[in-house]
Design a binder for this molecule. Sequence first.
Ligand SMILES: Cc1cc2nc3c(=O)[nH]c(=O)nc-3n(C[C@H](O)[C@H](O)[C@H](O)COP(=O)(O)OP(=O)(O)OC[C@H]3O[C@@H](n4cnc5c(N)ncnc54)[C@H](O)[C@@H]3O)c2cc1C
Length: 234
Amino acid sequence: MARLAEVRVETPSARTLVLDVPGWPGNLAGQHTDVRLTAEDGYTAQRSYSLGSSGDGERIELTVQRVEDGEVSPYLTDVFAVGDPVEVRGPIGGWFVWRPSDPAPVLLVAGGSGIVPLMAMIRARRAAGAKTPFRLLYSVRSPAELYYADELRGAALSGVEVSYVYTRSAPDGAARAPGRIGVADVNTGGWPASFEPACFVCGPTGFVEAVSDMLLALGHDPRRVKTERFGPTG
Ligand SMILES: Cc1cc2nc3c(=O)[nH]c(=O)nc-3n(C[C@H](O)[C@H](O)[C@H](O)COP(=O)(O)OP(=O)(O)OC[C@H]3O[C@@H](n4cnc5c(N)ncnc54)[C@H](O)[C@@H]3O)c2cc1C
């Protein structure tokens, strides 16, 4: 049984949960877990959450966005307290993963909470001391909605090129007006298809589908465009 060790406030509606998971076998960057809650009457609810952490060790990190009216996420962000137990299954997934031994340039495209597994890749690059060329294109509603803001500033210093797409309100002096991500953003914030980058796209289903279409239109090989959809299941 996992236990909550620490909580970090990412945004007004998102929390990073640091969990101690006895027997956790370690995980690759990009994998996810299934978290299962059980009520006193035995009713259970299970949801998937990406791992923001990777590597060996029995401590993992998730970042959960509160979905208003949701069954599981408001419990995890607002009620779940340090010391509380929770069931965690995983790691799950072997396709949407990045290994530091892969030398190809990497393009990460995140929509909202889709940044979580992509941050695991940025952290894995740093932990391995890798110099792999990385670019991150991160779409969020407003600057207040950015996860890992300070860490991403640090990542920019260690050679990860980060660009932001603000969909509702942009900070003063932003390079572009607020609006949904478009092919021009993917073209400028990404790598040319001729560099044959490994592309990882994660976020809500509609975002992932739109960005994948843009990458294919820009000539990227579909076999190098990996996607993870956070949309509701069922
Ligand atoms: C592989 C995978 C990885 C994921 N990783 C993360 C993660 O790292 N962080 C994170 O916060 N979430 C992640 N999710 C989404 C997560 O699994 C839940 O869907 C989300 O927390 C909502 O659950 P809920 O029980 O609160 O809402 P529910 O009770 O399931 O749904 C409540 C209402 O919200 C809608 N809804 C459900 N899910 C979403 C959503 N994701 N976005 C918008 N509306 C939604 C439903 O259609 C419904 O109307 C991931 C999903 C998948 C499949």
